[in-house]
Design a protein around this ligand. Structure first.
Ligand code: C5P
Length: 228
């Protein structure tokens, strides 16, 4: 199905310990953010894309893709969910309708495979709620107390890691995020806002290498992988 994209890119990425927000670090000759946008700009069903950037962001206007007519800019907010909400409001202003599909994807996730993107779109095309790319937990999982003492082993067969893109209808996502934020609940991804509204988003199994660049070694790992 045709779809819009919102890329929250207003974070600082302090765990990278770099001189600039992590989405502007170089990876194989381009910034991380440019690679992330390429995943969608090369895709035929894209209707348009909104990037949410911090007010004091000096790097975004210098990227060639910021002048692409399909690429629009929105403000960032204090939390990721605030940034996403700004992006969704921008989409409505661009003429997107509440029943349109929106994919929200982290700026710092530049290794999205087109096969995963297509799988997500095909699986959810007729879904009443929407869903997200996710990966089943691989390791044995422990629940611990504050002192780092194991309390129990968790059944990993029902545990998944939530990735992006996350795909929902514009109207229901905007309302769920606004309500969740107004109620003060923690919303670290779009699905959690939908869950809070009583829905059950579908998990679509994706590739484990669709990783979010968080620490310096993640960037080195991807650089090596793209070289070979
Ligand atoms: O920090 P973390 O990696 O969890 O951030 C996930 C995504 O959310 C990143 O793409 C980051 O730029 C974005 N973000 C945002 N606005 C914030 C915080 C994070 O757009 N206030």
């Amino acid at each position: 199905p045709p779809y819009w994209v919102v890329i929250p890119a207003a974070g600082i990425g302090s765990r990278m310990r770099a001189d600039r927000p992590k989405q502007y670090l170089q990876l194989a000759g381009k910034t991380i953010l440019e690679h992330t946008l390429d995943c969608f700009l090369d895709h035929p069903q894209l209707l348009g894309l909104v990037v949410c950037v911090a007010n004091d962001d000096a790097y975004w206007p210098d990227l060639a893709c910021s002048a692409d007519p399909r690429v629009h800019q929105a403000n960032g907010g204090s939390e990721r969910a605030d940034s996403v909400l700004c992006g969704l409001q921008k989409l409505s202003g661009l003429g997107a309708s509440d029943s349109d599909w929106v994919l929200v994807h982290d700026a710092a996730r530049p290794n999205l495979a087109v096969t995963d993107l297509n799988q997500l779109l095909e699986t959810l095309a007729d879904d009443p709620v929407g869903g997200l790319l996710a990966v089943p937990a691989r390791d044995t999982l422990k629940r611990a107390d504050a002192d780092g003492r194991v309390q129990e082993t968790v059944d990993r067969s029902v545990i998944w890691q939530a990735f992006t893109p996350q795909m929902f209808r514009l109207g229901s996502l905007r309302e769920a995020l606004a309500d969740a934020l107004a109620s003060g609940v923690a919303v670290t991804d779009e699905a959690s806002a939908l869950e809070w509204a009583g829905h059950h988003p579908r998990l679509v199994e994706g590739r484990a290498d669709n990783l979010k660049i968080t620490r310096p070694e993640d960037l080195q790992w991807l650089e090596q992988r793209w070289k070979s």
